[in-house]
Design a binder for this molecule. Sequence first.
Ligand SMILES: Nc1ncnc2c1ncn2[C@@H]1O[C@H](COP(=O)(O)OP(=O)(O)O)[C@@H](O)[C@H]1O
Ligand SMILES: [Mg+2]
Length: 331
Amino acid sequence: MAALPLLAIRDLTVQFRVDAGWLTAIEGVSIDIAEGDCVGVVGESGSGKSVTALSILRLHDRAATRIPQGSISFQGVDLLKSSDRALRRIRGREIAMIFQDPMSSLNPVLTISEQISETLRQHQDMPEAAARRRAVELLDLVRIPDARRRADDYPHRLSGGMRQRVMIAMAIACRPRLLIADEPTTALDVTIQAQILELLRDLRHELGMSVMLISHDLGVIAEFAQSVVVMYAGRVVEQAPVATLFRRPVHPYTAGLMAAVPKLDGDAARLRTIPGRIPGPQENIRGCRFAPRCDFVQEACRQAPPPLQLAGALHSVRCPPRVVLFGNADG
Ligand SMILES: Nc1ncnc2c1ncn2[C@@H]1O[C@H](COP(=O)(O)OP(=O)(O)O)[C@@H](O)[C@H]1O
Ligand SMILES: [Mg+2]
């Protein structure tokens, strides 16, 4: 029998309070992350990637959020049922998170080493001198050149890429089992983006941690992750190992995302985008939420949301007509 995944999100639905009642931002989301694995979560802006990620550490404003169904099991414990005290212990120490904009998470009046030390002292109760030494080690580990000197800089003295390295240093300071990286390279230019992804890949191997990598860019996910979760309008629409998904995307939305990945050998004119736009959570759509944009839409698609079905051993998809088309092909 396969070992229990490190993180198992099951059938998660998250709603936010609005004037008119409750908006369903994500619905029935299930994602597994195995020990040491990297799972990529991809989808256009507004598809529910961040809502899913923030739910894991319960970082939503509690008063305006409702989780009517689902569970988030981490090392066998349901985080949705955990006390605030237990969650505080897990945050940073067991599960760490980095975001798109490192500046907004860095304190402008503390030096780099002061902020890293603060994290260390908070979670590990480390004396000041030791924390400072460890901070410099961590800056070395994330390959910040001349770390000892850089440690005394304030965040505004660093480039965007270097700031993201500092965020990564803080995130891995307590050797978390799981790192959630929500669009960590979206604000960076392409060369720096590649360097940061490479760094994350090396650290994942060196520290043996699992990574949940969130991106709107399927190219980034393909480079880095072992398996992919494709989200659309708050639902998981397809899920498969990277190679399987690229060999045989089943959902028309996945195929559309793939066509939008620029090919290094191709010309930019080949780059396509999917016509139309993603529906918001307030839009009441009875059937498949992709139906209004789908080239393969059938009458049944507009009647009821398609269930998640197997398209191969480790491959599932929310698109019945095409699954039937591809029948029993293996994943
Ligand atoms: N706090 C909130 N209150 C109301 N709606 C929200 C809130 N956070 C996110 N949403 C909505 O939920 C949907 C998914 O958002 P999000 O997870 O941020 O998308 P992504 O990260 O994939 O771009 C969006 O339509 C967004 O407007
Ligand atoms: Mg987001």
